[in-house]
Design a protein. Structure first.
Length: 185
C-alpha cells in the first residue's frame, strides 16, 4: 500500500460532521482534488484506493479515534502530512498527536485562511521532499554539466609511459642521463 504514489494536490477530509466536510470541501475544491470520509473505516478505504497528498483528520470519529488512524497512516504512508482538526483540544491530545506524527493542529472553530495557508505550505514542502527523493534515487547522468563525457566506473585508466619505454616515436634512448660538468671559461 505504501508504494502507491500520492495523488498530486489531493486532500482527504476525515470528519463525521457532513456540514463541516461539505463546507471545507467547497473551500478547497478550486485548488485541490478533495475526497471525504466520515469514519475510520471509510478513511481506510480511501487510502487503499489512492493515498492523498494531505489528510485533514478529526480526532473523534464514530468508529474509532483519529489518533489511532493517524498511527496507521504514519505506519503505511509516513510522508503524507496530516493536520488534526478537533473541537476537543487539550495539551495532552496535542502532545500525543505530535508524537504520533501529526504535522499541525487546529482547534475548531478555526480561521479558514490560516488552514488554507498551512495546507499550501505543507503540500509545497512535501512536493519538494518528494522531488529530492526522486533526484537522489536516479543514477548519475552519463555526462558532466559542461557536456564532457563522464568516466564510467568500468573504464580503465591510461598508464603514463614508464621511464624504460620510448617517450616518442623516432627518439631512442641511449642510456642513463648523466649531468655534464660545467665548461671551463
Amino acid at each position: 500500500m505504501g508504494a502507491t504514489p500520492n495523488l498530486p494536490r489531493s486532500i482527504l477530509i476525515v470528519d463525521d460532521d457532513p456540514n463541516f466536510c461539505e463546507g471545507l470541501r467547497l473551500a478547497l475544491k478550486d485548488r485541490y482534488t478533495v475526497f471525504t470520509a466520515d469514519s475510520v473505516q471509510a478513511a481506510r478505504e480511501e487510502l487503499r484506493k489512492a493515498p492523498p497528498a494531505l489528510i485533514l483528520l478529526d480526532f473523534r470519529l464514530p468508529d474509532g479515534s483519529g489518533l489511532d488512524l493517524l498511527r496507521e497512516i504514519k505506519a503505511t504512508h509516513p510522508s503524507i502530512p496530516v493536520i488534526l482538526l478537533t473541537a476537543y483540544g487539550s495539551e495532552d491530545l496535542l502532545l500525543r498527536a505530535l508524537r504520533a506524527g501529526v504535522r499541525d493542529y487546529f482547534r475548531k472553530p478555526f480561521r479558514l485562511q490560516e488552514l488554507l495557508s498551512r495546507i499550501a505550505r505543507l503540500l509545497d514542502a512535501a512536493a519538494a521532499n518528494q522531488e529530492r527523493r526522486t533526484v537522489a534515487e536516479q543514477p548519475a547522468p552519463p555526462y558532466r554539466a559542461n557536456g564532457e563525457p563522464a568516466v564510467s566506473p568500468g573504464a580503465t585508466a591510461r598508464q603514463a609511459p614508464s621511464a624504460r619505454s620510448t617517450s616518442a616515436p623516432g627518439i631512442r634512448r641511449a642510456g642513463p642521463i648523466t649531468p655534464r660538468a660545467p665548461a671551463d671559461p
